[in-house]
Write a protein that binds this ligand. Structure first.
Ligand SMILES: [Zn+2]
Length: 500
């Protein structure tokens, strides 16, 4: 007992898994780690050796790289074979109730239950830790803490430099596993968002851990600013889908959705129930599951007329499943080019400010950025862009700090209220309101304290979905008072009234 079993795919994370094994050996002792390459002697019966090692393991580390799900054998993903070694090891570990820690490498994603065969679906429910290859020792500190906790009290205390900032030596061994899991939970979610995890969350119940107070003061009501051709009210609902994004725009019998949330069971609100008419437009800002996974459910419940995305391909199984479902519904997923303008309805238009082609950065940075304008009131939808995406927008759209091209009345705050926000970006957008789709309170340390502070010092009012109850944010924009016959002016690409 007291050994750690490293489960990995050689074609996916061979060297990286070896690095993890080396680190654990260095920290815990040479004989405390089992990894098949080094640990099985020549001539040993391979399956028996693996079984014995698994039985002896106190903890199992499942190393997941970018092609973990897709490495093939005879033209099929290996994971689909019942005798696949990785699948066999995970099945055994789950059945034996072993402590399992999934480690997600840079550019990989934690698989969802849909991605996995029935017998190892339990893996998807486990909290993972993202360990970036380029920041290995810093990120792997939480792994060492996890391993030490399982072997305490026989191991020496951690070296100061390996200590994870989230874990305090004054914490009891009863509390610590909870904290490790909390840190891993955050890492899992941020891994799903395809970016490095934020600073690990502080311990729950610590006075410092309380999420910043986000004032909720009901719906946002705004009046159209221009002599608008429409007299209807645009209702925008930032739907509380837990940790994810889904924003519904409704004007008369037009329904438009940007992102579809993570779907059940995470989503607290049923998007389909809020949609009154066939969904005219579905936009997916980027192929991360907290933004698109709900689209598959939606396809079963609602008619969707047109679907667009940012053009960033993804190899994840969930994304391929969505593409399959769209194709079965005979609904092509179209790539939106930068600069595209869609007149959604009279007085209501959408302009694409950025797509995947425009940014060298993470999957998040490649998110669609869309400016929606109704009767002169502007809403900036930013997906999950981080610093690189914000910087690119500033470079392209702004010649001065004031930057009228980015100015908006309402900012859908990037990336769920993450602290990865550039202050010049906030100053350029200069919104009156910022909405944050953050999910449950105190779960991932978002919205970040720095975010809330940056908004508050600028006098920007905050609305957030964060909280344990269901909290959709509603924004109503009243149109003008003008009515009459309208026509579409192709030259100016706007709706106009016939002059009397
Ligand atoms: Zn996201």
């Amino acid at each position: 007992m007291n050994k750690f079993f490293v489960c990995y795919r050689r074609d996916d994370t061979g060297d990286y898994a070896g690095r993890i094994a080396d680190l654990l050996r260095r920290e815990l002792g040479q004989d405390r780690v089992f990894i098949d390459v080094d640990s099985i002697r020549v001539g040993t019966h391979w399956p028996a050796a693996l079984r014995t090692a698994l039985d002896d393991a106190i903890g199992v580390i499942v190393v997941i790289g970018p092609s973990w799900l897709t490495v093939e054998r005879n033209g099929r993903p290996r994971l689909t074979f019942e005798d696949d070694w990785v699948r066999t090891e995970i099945r055994g570990a789950l059945a034996a109730g072993k402590q399992i820690l999934p480690i997600v490498k840079t550019a990989a994603m934690m698989p969802t239950a849909d991605d996995l065969p029935e017998d190892i679906r339990g893996l998807a429910a486990l909290q993972a830790l993202e360990v970036r290859a380029e920041q290995f020792s810093g990120d792997a500190a939480a792994l060492i803490e996890w391993a030490r906790q399982l072997t305490t009290p026989t191991l020496p205390p951690p070296a100061p430099e390996a200590k994870h900032p989230a874990f305090s030596s004054r914490l009891s061994h009863i509390v610590l596993p909870t904290l490790v899991l909390a840190a891993c939970a955050a890492a899992l979610q941020w891994a799903n968002c395809g970016q490095k995890p934020p600073a690990p969350p502080l311990p729950p119940n610590s006075p410092d851990a309380a999420p910043p107070e986000v004032v909720q003061s009901g719906p946002i009501e705004l009046a159209g600013k221009t002599d608008c051709v429409s007299n209807a009210t645009l209702l925008t609902t930032f739907i509380d889908v837990g940790f994810g994004d889904a924003t519904l725009f409704q004007l008369g019998d037009l329904d438009v959705l940007i992102d579809a949330g993570p779907g059940s069971p995470e989503a607290k609100a049923d998007i389909a129930q809020l949609i009154h008419s066939p969904l005219e437009y579905l936009f997916i800002t980027h192929p991360h599951q907290d933004h698109f996974r709900g689209a598959r459910e939606l396809l079963n419940k609602t008619h969707i007329s047109a679907a667009f995305w940012n053009g960033d391909p993804s190899q994840s199984m969930a994304w391929r499943q969505l593409q399959q479902a769209l194709s079965e519904a005979d609904l092509p997923l179209e790539k939106l080019p930068q600069g595209e303008v869609i007149d959604l309805a009279p007085g209501f238009r959408m302009e694409v400010l950025s797509t995947a082609d425009d940014v060298d950065g993470s999957v998040n940075d490649k998110s669609l950025v869309q400016l929606l304008e109704y009767c002169g009131v502007r809403i900036l939808m930013t997906g999950d862009i981080e610093e690189a995406g914000q910087k690119r927008l500033l470079q392209r759209q702004c010649s001065t700090a004031a930057c009228p091209a980015l100015k908006a009345d309402v900012l859908k705050f990037p990336h769920h209220g993450s602290e990865r926000i550039l202050e010049p970006f906030l100053d350029a957008v200069k919104p009156t309101y910022a909405t944050i789709s953050a999910g449950p309170f105190s779960r991932f340390g978002i919205p970040g304290a720095k975010t809330v502070h940056a908004l508050e010092v600028r006098g920007i009012q905050i609305r957030s979905t964060s909280g344990d109850d269901q909290r959709n944010i509603e924004l109503r924009i009243k149109g003008g008072t003008q009515t009459g016959f309208l026509y579409y002016d192709r030259e100016t690409r706007t709706w106009k009234r016939y002059a009397r």
